[in-house]
Ligand binder design. Structure first.
Ligand SMILES: [Zn+2]
Ligand SMILES: [Zn+2]
Length: 241
């Protein structure tokens, strides 16, 4: 039998949040919170069912992951625990000194699960071609908000009415100017609420959306956390000769 898929960022964030919630302890496999987390991890559509073994993220596995975090914890003086992997340490380094952010992000991920279940068919196997710097679940949620046709149409209409164009708010690119008729009314909308703070029931306000060209939109998502539009604009300015 092949190995279960490696833990991803979203899963590790949930486990690390539980580790701190438990007072930096490795709870054992019978603990109700471990069992609950195991169930949650099994509901996340991050790994397709074909790649999962029967013991995928079972309570034993979750408890072991907490042990990996305990071995990373500098407060821990014991020995004999299996060291966690590279990504475990990355997630640890990112969140161990910011428990508030950890809690918020973990809550966003778990609150998105019911939304995820509803739209499961839409992205049953999340492909690895895209980049998911901020984790698969929340990045998907972000993309879904941006593809909310009604909000996007309203935003574009409003901007067109007010400014007469759909220029990229970062670089000024105008699809209509460059491509003519086929570019008319074309632009991407980017949702500016920080991904780690986004929850499924967040109602998109038009002011949450900004108009971007496709290139700038990709660039904004190249950092974690994603850049603010002003930050990208400043980068563009500083690179202009
Ligand atoms: Zn642009
Ligand atoms: Zn975006």
């Amino acid at each position: 039998m092949s190995k279960n898929p490696n833990w991803t960022r979203d899963e590790l964030i949930l486990a690390l949040a539980q580790f701190f919630h438990a007072g930096r302890k490795q709870l054992d496999a019978n603990h109700p919170e471990v069992i609950q987390l195991s169930k949650l991890l099994n509901r996340l559509p991050i790994h397709s069912t074909e790649t999962r073994n029967a013991d995928f993220r079972n309570a034993q596995g979750v408890s072991m992951k907490l042990g990996n975090f305990l071995s990373i914890d500098p407060h821990y003086k014991g020995k004999g625990l299996k060291r966690g992997g590279k990504l475990d340490r990355e997630v640890w380094n990112e969140f161990a000194n910011d428990i508030e952010k950890l809690k918020l992000t973990a809550a966003s991920i778990s609150k998105s699960v019911s939304w995820v279940a509803e739209t499961r068919a839409e992205y049953n196997a999340i492909s690895d071609d895209d980049e998911f710097l901020e984790g698969k679940i929340l990045t998907r949620l972000h993309q879904r908000k941006e593809r909310n046709r009604k909000a996007v149409e309203q935003k574009k209409k409003k901007v067109l009415q007010e400014t007469g164009t759909l220029e990229c708010e970062a670089c000024g690119f105008d699809f209509f100017k460059v491509y003519g008729k086929i570019g008319y009314g074309f632009a991407e909308c980017h949702h500016t609420v920080p991904i780690s703070e986004l929850v499924a029931d967040h109602k998109t306000r038009l002011s949450d959306l900004v108009i971007l060209c496709a290139n700038c939109h990709r660039m904004i998502h190249k950092s974690r956390p994603m850049l603010a539009v002003q930050e990208l604009r400043a980068i563009i300015e500083s690179n202009r000769q």
